[in-house]
Design a protein around this ligand. Structure first.
Ligand SMILES: Nc1ncnc2c1ncn2[C@@H]1O[C@H](COP(=O)(O)OP(=O)(O)OP(=O)(O)O)[C@@H](O)[C@H]1O
Ligand SMILES: C[C@H](N)[C@@H](CCCCCC(=O)O)NC(=O)O
Ligand SMILES: [Mg+2]
Length: 332
């Protein structure tokens, strides 16, 4: 069975209030820093100097908007002459399409994607979802042979979940609808086991046709990958390869705590090696100004903000946290 294609049956998009309008196409984006004229001077001490433009450390409004970033002296890529990757803004500001990827699974991509959809009015699409049988990784399910897998799960290998215009409980799509009310596109591929898509697909006898995975139309779109940047879709094609083909700017969601520097810089290198445009990094987790600054500086990426852990995660709290910690104009 081959699986793939744009946004499921008919390329439809649904929200709580019914189908949303769809228009537009993917296009390569011009340089945003030049567009905004916001490159900043670095004073040599890792902090933007006087005259820093909006969006750079040293700009009081930007610092306020980014919460603790200014405290640690974060210098974003624009300030260091980095951040030269193509941005998420198209000619005339008409297009705002972003891929949300991350350093790994469970880093907070779906929650950030929901927040971004809520903040910008974008629609959401997750092309490939694995783990509908329970989004909890289970080492016992990673056996090589389908027979072993079957024995571990105590049932015969599943068939691919039916594509539906209604978000499936437990899917990232359902979580985004709940947390944002955004219109969502059906997944192109849904797989039951909480495994890398290539393996979940093999266990179900599904052949993922990566060539056929084409983003749905729409000027405002947030696309979420599965797991981290080098997760295999098939044994030949990784998510980063797909992003390179699409040339849609990615936002890399990174943790803030110990271990994130190497994970984040590795992901950035992998994306750059494939020519994937990086829009910036969105952090998720507790404050850690130096980790964020270090990743921004060494990775030459724009630091877009940090989404804190929310004790009560609901639509209102997420919308408020996005307003407090990110700037909508950075995603315009
Ligand atoms: N800011 C936050 N506040 C509270 N809980 C959060 C926050 N961000 C993420 N979580 C929780 O952490 C878990 C993992 O987050 P999330 O589902 O967004 O990860 P993910 O990167 O999308 O993973 P996957 O690779 O499976 O798509 C979820 O239970 C989610 O509700
Ligand atoms: C099961 C997870 N939740 C996720 C897939 C994560 C794959 C991680 C593979 C790896 O890096 O080892 N699926 C998904 O986002 O649809
Ligand atoms: Mg997710």
């Amino acid at each position: 069975m081959a699986a793939g294609g744009a946004a499921g049956p008919g390329g439809t998009v649904r929200g709580p209030n019914g189908p949303a309008p769809a228009a537009g196409a993917v296009e390569r984006q011009p340089d945003r820093a030049a567009d905004r004229g916001t490159r900043c001077r670095d004073d040599g001490a890792g902090r933007a100097g006087a005259g820093a433009g909006p969006g750079c450390a040293g700009d009081p409004a930007a610092d306020r908007a980014r919460g603790d970033l200014s405290v640690a002296g974060v210098v974003d890529a624009e300030c260091l002459g980095g951040g030269g990757d193509p941005p998420g803004r198209g000619a005339g500001g008409a297009m705002a399409r972003f891929v949300i990827t991350g350093t790994g699974t469970d880093v907070g991509k779906t929650v950030f994607a929901a927040g971004l959809c809520g903040m910008t009015g974008a629609a959401y699409w997750k092309p490939v979802q694995s783990g509908l049988a329970g989004n909890v990784p289970n080492a016992a399910l990673t056996g090589d042979a389908p027979g072993q897998h079957s024995a571990c799960t105590g049932r015969t290998p599943t068939t691919r979940a039916a594509l539906t215009d209604v978000a499936q409980p437990g899917s990232d799509r359902a979580e985004v609808e709940q947390l944002s009310g955004a219109p969502t596109h059906p997944e192109a591929v849904m797989l039951r086991e909480p495994l890398s898509p290539h393996r979940a697909a093999e266990l179900e006898g599904v052949e993922i046709d990566a060539e056929a995975l084409t983003p749905p139309p729409g000027a405002r779109l947030v696309i979420e990958g599965a797991g981290g940047v080098l997760v295999p879709l098939t044994r030949q094609i990784l998510f980063a390869d797909l992003f390179a083909r699409w040339q849609i700017p990615v936002v890399l969601v990174c943790a803030t705590g110990l271990g994130t520097i190497s994970h984040s810089l590795s992901a950035i290198e992998a994306l750059r090696a494939r020519g994937v445009p990086i829009h910036g990094v969105a952090f998720a987790g507790d404050p850690n100004g130096d980790n964020m600054a270090t990743i921004g500086q060494i990775g030459r990426v724009r630091v877009l903000g940090r989404l804190p852990h929310l004790a009560r995660l609901d639509r209102a709290a997420l919308a408020q946290a996005m307003r407090d910690n990110f700037r909508a104009e950075d995603f315009a």
